[in-house]
Structures are given as structure tokens and as C-alpha cells.
Design a protein around this ligand. Structure first.
Ligand code: GLN
Length: 204
């Protein structure tokens, strides 16, 4: 199998360091991306958890919004966790907390902060299509859920139990992957390894 290449982590705000660390653990060369030249030099990109509204604002300030959209449209493999999922969504549910705009790319509608105040943060064991082995421990922190999946995208993970059972929390569309939860916080590298395989097999 060919080399995974360079994977960038958008480093404007959020838990950048955790993604860099786990990408390194699964064998990728991980670099921070803050400038258009840095974006141009990566083979895949991770959008970290954080605050999606802040990340969009900073992307605009750093002249990254246009280049990010162009690279996503051009087929750059991108993985978004939590706020990163919101950034990859084509649509944001108006019933959730509003956000002016996203980067877009995945044919989904997300609802921000969807799980409500009482369960701002919780953990669940999940099965994700395409990830083998024991269930994945998923950490949700003021997480979005996927309200609606359009015909181009595919739901690959759902909440298994409790009040929110059945809610879609992981999606894939071609080279784009998004999870409501934060695999970078658990030390389980399977989601990042899965993304690295997507990068390896993408057209470059
Ligand atoms: N609530 C945040 C947002 O809407 C996402 C939280 C997270 O990334 N942990 O952007």
C-alpha cells in the first residue's frame, strides 16, 4: 500500500494537538495548517473539535475559507470531528444553534449542540461500519447530531442505547468523513487509521 503522505490538522482553534498526536501514533506525518500554502501541501486534512463558529471566523480572517472549499470540492480527503463535522456539513438545522456558514462538502444537515444541556458530555460504545473489532468508545462534548442524510452521504454510525438511540453520529461521503464524537481523546486510533486508509486510496 502506498504511503499515507502528509496529513494536515487545521490549527485555528480546537483540540489540534490531540489529533496531531494520534495521527502520529497511527503512522501518518501530521502537520499543522494555518495558511493557504500549508493547505496546498497536504494530502488529507483533519478539522478538529472546538467551536465551529470561531473556526469559520478565523478561516475567513486567515484567507483560508475559499481555499478550503476549493480543496474539498477538488477531492481532498477530510475528516471532521465534532465541530469539524459541523464545518463539513452542507446544511445546519435552523432549530439548533445557528452558524453563519460552513465549509460544506457532505450532503447532511447537522444540528449543533443537539444532545441538550443535561447531557452536554457523555460517552457511549458504538459500532461504526468499516471499523472492525470491539465497539468504539465515543466521547461526545456539546456534540452535534446528523438530522438528515441526503442521497450523496451515508450514515455509518448511530447512538446505540438510551434516549438518543438511533441518532446518526458518523457519516461518510467519498473522501469525506465526519463524527459527532472525539476519537482523538480516547487513545483509540481506529478512526484515524480508517481515515489514513481513505487518504491512501484517494486520487492524488
Ligand atoms: N458545540 C461546538 C460547536 O457547535 C462543538 C463542540 C465540540 O467540538 N466539542 O461548534
Amino acid at each position: 500500500m502506498r504511503d499515507v503522505g502528509r496529513i494536515g490538522v487545521l490549527a485555528l482553534q480546537g483540540d489540534v494537538r490531540e489529533h496531531l498526536r494520534i495521527l502520529g501514533e497511527v503512522g501518518a506525518t501530521a502537520v499543522t495548517v494555518r495558511r493557504p500554502e500549508e493547505l496546498a501541501a497536504v494530502d488529507g486534512l483533519v478539522l478538529p473539535g472546538g467551536e465551529s463558529t470561531t473556526i469559520v471566523k478565523l478561516a475567513r480572517t486567515f484567507d483560508l475559507l475559499g481555499p478550503l472549499r476549493e480543496r474539498i470540492e477538488g477531492g481532498l480527503p477530510v475528516y471532521g470531528s465534532c465541530a469539524g463535522m459541523i464545518l463539513l456539513a452542507d446544511r445546519v438545522d435552523s432549530g439548533g444553534s445557528p452558524i453563519e456558514e460552513t465549509f460544506g462538502g457532505i450532503d447532511i444537515t447537522v444540528r449543533r449542540n443537539a444532545f441538550g444541556r443535561q447531557v452536554d458530555s457523555f460517552e457511549e460504545d458504538l459500532d461504526i461500519d468499516g471499523i472492525d473489532g470491539e465497539p468504539l468508545r465515543a466521547v461526545f462534548i456539546r456534540a452535534p447530531w446528523v438530522q438528515e442524510v441526503g442521497p450523496s452521504a451515508e450514515a455509518i454510525g448511530h447512538v446505540a442505547t438510551g434516549e438518543h438511540a438511533g441518532r446518526i453520529v458518523a457519516v461518510r461521503q467519498g473522501g469525506l468523513l465526519a463524527t459527532s464524537f472525539h476519537p482523538e481523546l480516547t487513545g483509540d486510533g481506529r478512526i484515524h487509521a480508517y481515515f489514513c486508509d481513505m487518504v491512501r486510496t484517494a486520487d492524488r
